[in-house]
Design a protein around this ligand. Structure first.
Ligand code: OAD
Length: 266
């Protein structure tokens, strides 16, 4: 099904450090909608600026918190797909210092597939913190009705309004630990991402539209530093011009095949 270019295989077989840079497309085949995919686009239901911003949360905390609880429930019900599993297998074979998982996704499917030390550029759907004092809150410490493990809680697929719990320390609203539009990324995570992109031998961008900065700059940083850059995406993106090779396929088809070809005979 796939005839990978010999250069691609050689670069991957000799690489001392590979960065897998994933976007929402890697989770698409787990049934978790991407942001801009017309068919299942999560945003198709809402204007992103209506929900994923601090202003929206201040204005309508119950709608935003209810929508994130529904998203948590949906990710909990999803399973890592063959792409997540192939990436985890690659890391297990080479070691977490040589195969790095750097994601824009807020889901935990890379971790559940077995990847370690996953870097989340845009935060983590399952972390929560107080919107006022910033104190973080484990999901287990949330009231049961707000825990997505609580199987008796069914959230309306259209994002029902659920008033967020109050912070035990200051009484402020609890919010999801994700980066909203207009918010700064965690500077340590961003610096580490820049450093990894500038020092890797290969960067593979998987399932990202490559339009949201500063994350979208990482493949260019890698290329300018001399790395071999690849892209796996069924659609064309601005990263086509940055990548040395583009694999026009879905992640769940291409990644397991790429792993097999690179590790053939090993
Ligand atoms: P997008 O929804 O912008 O792009 C998803 C990409 O995945 C598209 O280019 C699709 O062509 C591709 N795709 C769809 N199905 C695929 C599959 N089966 N295999 C491989 N690729 C597939 O998602 P992101 O690029 O991740 O930021 O979006 C980047 C950021 O924009 C998100 O992290 C989010 C959003 O604003 C924050 O939440 C801060």
């Amino acid at each position: 099904m796939f005839n990978f270019d010999e250069t691609v295989l050689e670069r991957l077989q000799t690489a001392k450090k590979i960065v897998f840079f994933s976007g929402a497309g890697i989770s698409a085949e787990s049934g978790v909608p991407t942001f801009r995919d017309d068919l299942s686009g999560l945003w198709a239901q809402y204007d992103p600026m209506q929900l994923a911003t601090p202003e929206a949360f201040r204005r309508q905390p119950a709608l935003v918190w209810g929508w994130y609880l529904w998203r948590r429930q949906r990710v909990r019900a999803a399973q890592p797909n063959a792409a997540h599993l192939a990436l985890a297998q690659w890391q297990a074979a080479a070691g977490a210092d040589r195969v790095i998982c750097l994601t824009q996704n807020v889901d935990d499917l890379h971790e559940r597939a077995g990847c370690s030390e996953v870097l989340h550029l845009h935060g983590n759907l399952f972390s929560s913190l107080c919107a006022e004092c910033g104190q973080s809150v484990d999901e287990a410490a949330l009231p049961k009705a707000h825990q997505t493990r609580a199987v008796d809680v069914e959230f309306d697929p259209n994002g029902q309004e659920i008033t967020p719990p109050a912070c035990r320390a200051c009484g402020g609203h609890i919010r999801p630990g994700v980066i909203w539009f207009g918010e700064a990324l965690d500077s340590q995570v961003l610096d580490r991402s820049f450093e990894l992109s500038a020092t890797c031998d290969v960067l593979i961008a998987i399932g990202t539209s490559g339009v949201v900065q500063p994350a979208a700059a990482l493949p260019s940083i890698a290329r300018e530093a001399g790395a071999y850059v690849m892209q796996i995406n069924p659609q064309e993106t601005p990263l086509d011009a940055v990548a040395h090779s583009n694999i026009r396929a879905s992640a769940a088809q291409a990644l397991p095949e790429l792993y097999k070809h690179v590790h053939k005979g090993q």
